[in-house]
Design a binder for this molecule. Structure first.
Ligand code: ZN
Ligand code: ZN
Length: 213
């Protein structure tokens, strides 16, 4: 290939000085700019490698994940989805019955900070229901975690949960939950599917909130 001796502009954006190249690959006007060209190329390469490394790391972590890790993930997404769904509907705490305004008005409020989603039948006693959506509802942090200020005694919290859940989904549905002792044998693929579904629901709810908010 013939090399035409014509002026080029320096490859460094802040410089752009015209110079006479001495080879095909000559890109910069001066030693300083050449060093800068090399530095930028190295930086670009490192960034690309970091992206690949992150992707591979994620893959490694995913293959190391056990079934119980996946169950934990799935539960987190169930809770997140339920919390956003109920908040979007304007619901309040399933246990103490306080509205969103009441809870957020009395506690130092940050977006999403005052609310959890809590199980009606706890996962310790009823692990088979830990991913059942009708067993997970919006709870204020006080009722869910029992930061003592507004929480009633734990027994009272669950009793109130039951009463309010009956009002919400009906006695029959609540009794069906209580009678459900069928063990669940989720496969990792089923768990992944559940997570994908919940992620989609969460994304939709967040977009809706942004439109409203
Ligand atoms: Zn230059
Ligand atoms: Zn509450």
């Amino acid at each position: 290939m013939t090399f035409s001796r014509r002026h080029r502009k320096c490859a460094i954006k802040t410089c752009r000085k015209p110079f006479m190249p001495i080879s095909m690959t000559h890109k910069a006007c001066s030693v300083e700019c050449s060093i800068e060209v090399t530095r930028l190329a190295r930086e670009k390469k490192a960034a690309k490698e970091a992206v690949i490394e992150r992707r591979e790391h994620k893959k490694r972590v995913e293959t190391l994940k056990t079934r119980s890790d996946w169950i934990q993930d799935a539960e987190m997404w169930r809770r997140r989805r339920r919390r956003l769904e109920e908040l979007a509907k304007g619901e309040g705490c399933i246990s103490c019955g306080r509205s969103q305004i009441e809870v957020q008005g009395t506690e130092s409020w940050k977006p999403g900070g005052s609310w959890d989603a809590g199980h009606f039948l706890g996962k310790g006693a009823r692990p088979n229901l830990r991913l059942t959506l009708s067993n997970v509802w919006l709870q204020c942090k006080s009722c869910n975690g029992g930061s003592a200020k507004y929480a009633r005694k734990q027994g009272t919290v669950s009793a109130a949960y039951r009463i309010n859940l009956i009002a919400k989904i009906g006695l029959e549905a609540v009794e069906a939950l209580e009678a459900d002792h069928e063990p669940r044998h989720w496969t990792i693929d089923q768990l992944k599917e559940m997570i994908a579904e919940d992620k989609l629901a969460v994304k939709g709810l967040k977009e809706r909130n942004e439109l409203l908010g």
